[in-house]
Design a protein around this ligand. Structure first.
Ligand code: FAD
Length: 467
């Protein structure tokens, strides 16, 4: 595999790399995979296990980051502190009538690894009933019993590592380990959750989701292990049939009739077309896949016509019915605690010590994923599955860290997992290729609010010093 980056992110780009770029532009791969998030990385990697298949993986954002940006803590603060950057699309929603006109912030990973290069690293598969629901609504092959073998095959779990474990696998590309923060708050939160009547669950991806535990994370040796590291980079130089091109946003899927035959891509400021002999795989994330399809003429014909985009396939559901979890954050000021992030002389000293420890041992505060303890609960005892996820975050981070407090503290995230929302990915009136899509999400079930606020109150009881 060859890794090609553009000049902005690879200052020492060599003649060799430029020659490789030319060879890619002239190539006609069997498969073009759009987007190098976990979906695109897994698909490109698995397809290229067959050396007869030429696979080209195209990513809009930059490639691998090194040095301090490779640490979990540094990366997360980069993401949460900035509205948008080379590594974060950082979209805003339209004013949402269901949320009293609020505009929601939607951080989204950009670059090799996609969301896994900036997310909170929690190893969470979702609830088996989510998958069974998808299968029942007309998606054969997506039921829990269908997907579980693939989860096991993808995983190298360092905790659940017996060969006969019914839920977990070993030897796969995705390394999963326990947090290495050694944070005494884990014990405090464990006691608080148990006093609130919430059970400890040794495996949130096992027999049941209900309960809490310190988070299992997609890290290797205390460092972020994103999908590019898991699936793509290990094959650098060993699979000549797999090629990755970063800084290459696909602007359109090319069709002959209703058959996708290639892509239009921008590279080094120039627009190029690359044909695929077999298939084009769209794995640009939930929101941007919908945007790209619409820009390529796949969507609601009437809307596309208004925007001047020729319709390839009239599929009104494209970009509709998007689902995301909604997050309420409660902040708790806990003065001067060196085990919680915060801006103060104590915080600066702790951070300095933590950075030294991270460099030497890959342990301690710099290996945090921030959401160090997490769990699930049902709003009603007879609910078929948990509707709430709660996360205890070891820093006072409000509004995705866009509001900074010069205080030490803890944040409790209370996430509503299945809001009956009408989220949609709409193209803006002037459907420029690079313009952000517009999204909105309207609550259609106000009855979920009162029990949700009870959970927030219970989370507050778990901590002692409300902000
Ligand atoms: C802040 C944050 C925290 C999260 N925390 C967790 C967590 O702790 N645990 C968890 O399991 N999940 C978490 N998630 C969700 C998880 O990261 C996503 O579910 C996952 O990354 C989705 O994978 P994907 O491959 O479908 O899309 P993405 O990861 O979004 O990847 C899509 C890729 O396609 C690229 N792309 C888009 N358009 C184009 C184009 N036109 N041309 C070329 N490339 C393009 C993007 O740049 C991106 O790299 C979090 C997400 C965010 C944003």
């Amino acid at each position: 595999m060859r890794l090609i980056l553009n000049k902005k992110h690879a200052p020492a780009q060599t003649q060799q790399a430029q020659a490789a770029m030319k060879s890619i532009v002239n190539m006609e791969p069997d498969f073009i995979v759009i987007g190098s998030g976990p979906a695109g990385c897994a698909v490109a990697s698995r397809l290229s296990e067959d050396p007869r298949q030429q696979v080209l993986l195209l990513e809009a954002g930059p490639g691998q980051r090194k040095g301090v940006l490779g640490s979990n803590a540094a990366l997360a603060s980069l993401v949460y502190g900035l509205k948008s950057s080379a590594y974060n699309w950082g979209f805003n929603s339209l004013p949402d009538p269901g949320l009293n006109g609020r505009i929601s912030y939607n951080p989204l990973g950009r670059g090799l690894g996609g969301g896994t290069s900036l997310n909170m690293l929690m190893y969470m598969r979702g609830n088996p009933l989510d998958y069974d629901g998808w299968a029942a609504s007309g998606n054969p092959g997506w039921g829990w019993s269908d997907v579980l073998p693939y989860f096991k095959r993808s995983e190298d779990n360092q905790t659940f590592n017996t060969p006969d474990d019914p839920y977990h696998g070993q030897g796969g590309p995705v390394w999963v380990e326990e947090l290495r923060t050694d944070n005494p708050w884990h014990a405090t939160l464990r006691q608080a959750c148990q006093e609130a009547g919430w059970p400890y669950n040794p495996d949130l991806n096992g027999a049941t989701q209900d309960g809490f535990r310190p988070t299992q994370v997609m890290m290797k040796g205390g460092e972020r292990h994103h999908a590019g590291q898991a699936y793509i980079l290990p094959h650098l130089g060993t699979r000549p049939n797999l090629q990755l091109q970063c800084d290459s946003p696909v602007t359109r899927i090319l069709f002959e009739g209703r058959r996708a035959v290639g892509v239009e891509v921008v590279q080094g400021g120039a627009r190029r077309q690359i044909r695929a002999r077999k298939e084009v795989v769209v794995s640009a994330g939930g929101l941007l896949s919908a945007k790209l399809l619409q820009l390529s003429g796949v969507g609601d014909g009437a809307v596309l016509q208004r925007l001047g985009i020729p319709t390839v396939a009239h599929l009104p559901a494209v970009g509709q019915h998007l689902q995301d979890h909604v997050d309420v954050i409660l902040g708790h000021h806990i003065p001067g605690d060196p085990h919680l992030g915060g801006i103060s002389p104590t915080g600066a000293r702790s951070l300095w010590r933590a950075m030294r420890r991270w460099r030497q041992e890959r342990r301690g505060m710099c290996t945090t994923n921030f959401a160090e303890v997490t769990g699930f609960m049902r709003l009603a005892p007879d609910a078929p599955m948990p509707e709430i996820q709660y996360e205890f975050v070891v820093v006072l981070a409000m509004d995705h860290g866009r509001k900074v407090y010069a205080k030490h503290g803890l944040s409790t995230h209370v996430l509503l997992l299945h809001p009956k929302a009408g989220a949609a990915c709409k193209l803006p009136a002037r459907a420029g290729r690079m313009r952000p899509p517009s999204t909105f999400a309207t609550f259609r079930t106000p009855m979920t609010w009162p029990p949700w606020s009870l959970v927030c109150a219970a989370c507050c009881r778990c901590t002692t010093h409300p902000l």
